[in-house]
Design a protein around this ligand. Structure first.
Ligand SMILES: [Zn+2]
Length: 496
């Protein structure tokens, strides 16, 4: 029998503060005054390309004049000669199973309702587009920008690329970089983690595909037209952080309307489709109760050829068809659906503070299993196992490198290796929240998460916002607790 001892630096006593389920913002309320992306997308099967017309109405919701805008062009990082790597060396052969293949975005024209000074590409990879205006955009003023571009999908089992079963279209369009504390966040793609950071916006998207394809997409279907072998589906999504879709001619779909949400499971070759739909439903119901209500009308869980376990987008998650075990597959569904709360609704800079959404999504799966004993998962065992694997990681890295950096506030490109990123972000992140629970108690932790969700939904949250919610519920200073974990000072031990 093994006994686990987590050494933490402080013991707290607590008092309580109400964090009831009131004051939530609705989607229609949140969508007012946001920037709006309108896209007309045509998928050309023979060339595996997308012809896109995109009109963006940018609304300056900052408290300052805006003189320039930056856009991420993530497909540029799928160029063969790109400096930024989209997949780690260990997974490259698995992702590019047919050998090297290039993805790209080629912008043919940009028109603007205002006079512009210059349009330039930034970085050697030209993965950032910068637009400067002659006259600054005043707060609450707007500007219209029309793009015409061609996206080339690589043959690659990734967020963006086509494989044997699905065509994954994530992070494919020019998306506004976030203006954060006086500067634009223009970090390039990185193979560690999810290298994305965006504000919520409204989307109106028309997708034109050969009619044999089934489409899974962010948002809800407004209209479907079918004509002479072509299918055109119009989607709307309000107050979401991104837009993604997946195409497949193999998709079958099962769905259920649960608590006002159309939960759909898109799958192929899956004898367990009923069970996987049920896990999706159970995740929605459980997280609604634990954290606060999911306010959108659709949630699509999509089986896809994908190099990692899963990927989250607003209203839509990928689940990799390489996850064969039913229990592991369910675990990925739960984790990715938890991201609808932690990433989708409560946004954060995933490049800088990846533990904030990944650690919380991992810990949310622990909470899920405790709420759903029918899944027969012993969460004590999970914590025991991840503690052991974390301490083994630290011991191993320390013995090889002399010391190991266990700080959690690093950018994705500041982690030395992919395993280091995984252990610090997912495993240590999960242990942070579990230790916080041991310290303040389950009730206060859930109240704090509800408060954190309510106060930050549709916004960008920082670690300070999380600490604020915990402190408000506990009525005490929690900075030292979080600092000890985030700065890498806490010693996590396993006693056998
Ligand atoms: Zn995740």
């Amino acid at each position: 029998m093994k006994k686990i001892l987590l050494l933490i630096c402080l013991i707290f006593s607590c008092c309580c503060v109400c964090a009831c389920n009131h004051g939530y913002t609705s989607v229609s309320e949140a969508s007012k005054g946001l920037s709006t992306y309108k896209m007309n997308i045509e998928y050309l099967e023979s060339s595996k390309t997308l012809n896109v017309l995109q009109n963006l109405t940018y609304v300056n919701n900052e408290n300052t004049q805006i003189k320039e805008l930056y856009f991420h062009l993530y497909p540029k990082s799928f160029n063969l000669d790109s400096e930024s790597q989209v997949v780690g060396i260990l997974n490259k052969a698995k992702a590019y199973y047919n050998g090297e293949s290039e993805g790209d975005i080629e912008i043919n024209s940009i028109q603007c309702s205002e006079e512009t000074l210059a349009m330039t590409y930034v970085h050697n990879d030209q993965d950032i587009l910068k637009i400067e205006f002659n006259d600054p955009i005043e707060p609450l003023d707007s500007v219209d920008l029309s793009f015409e571009y061609v996206v080339t999908l690589p043959n690659c089992n990734h967020r963006f690329g086509y494989g044997e079963n699905t065509i994954n279209v994530g992070n494919f369009y020019p998306i506004l970089a976030v203006y954060d504390n006086g500067e634009y966040m223009i970090d390039s793609y990185h193979s560690n983690g999810d290298p994305f950071y965006s504000d919520v916006a409204n989307y109106e998207v028309e997708i034109n595909v050969p009619e044999k394809y089934v489409i899974a997409a962010t948002g809800y279907e407004e209209e479907v037209q079918q004509n002479e072998g072509v299918k055109i589906v119009r989607y709307a999504a309000k107050a979401v952080r991104d837009f993604a879709f997946v195409l497949s001619e193999k998709f079958e779909v099962v769905s259920a309307n649960i608590e006002g949400v159309d939960v759909k499971y898109y799958y192929y070759d899956d004898p367990n489709f009923e069970s996987n739909l049920q896990t999706s439903i159970d995740s929605l119901v459980t997280f609604n109760e634990l954290f606060g209500e999911y306010p959108y009308s659709t949630l699509s869980v999509v089986k896809a050829n994908f190099v990692h376990g899963g990927m989250e987008y607003p209203n839509l998650v990928y689940i990799s068809d390489e996850v064969n075990n039913l229990e592991d597959y369910a675990n990925v569904i739960i984790h990715e659906i938890a991201h609808q709360w932690w990433y989708g609704l409560v946004g954060n800079n995933e490049y800088q503070n990846s533990w904030l959404d990944e650690g919380l999504a991992e810990f949310s799966t622990v909470l899920f299993y405790e709420k759903n004993p029918s899944y027969n998962i012993d969460t004590g065992e999970i914590i025991k196992n991840i503690t052991k694997s974390y301490t083994t990681f630290v011991d191993l890295y320390s013995s090889v490198l002399g010391e190991v950096d266990t700080s959690m506030n690093r950018k994705l490109n500041e982690y030395n290796t992919e395993p280091e990123y995984v252990y610090i972000t997912y495993v240590k992140g999960n242990l942070l929240f579990n230790t916080l629970r041991t310290t303040i108690g389950q009730d206060k932790l859930i109240k704090a998460l509800k408060l954190y969700f309510r106060d930050n939904m549709f916004k960008i949250a920082t670690p300070e916002d999380l600490i604020f919610a915990v402190e408000k519920v506990c009525g005490m200073d929690m900075q030292e607790f979080f600092n000890s974990w985030i700065l890498g000072k806490v010693k996590i031990l396993e006693n056998i």
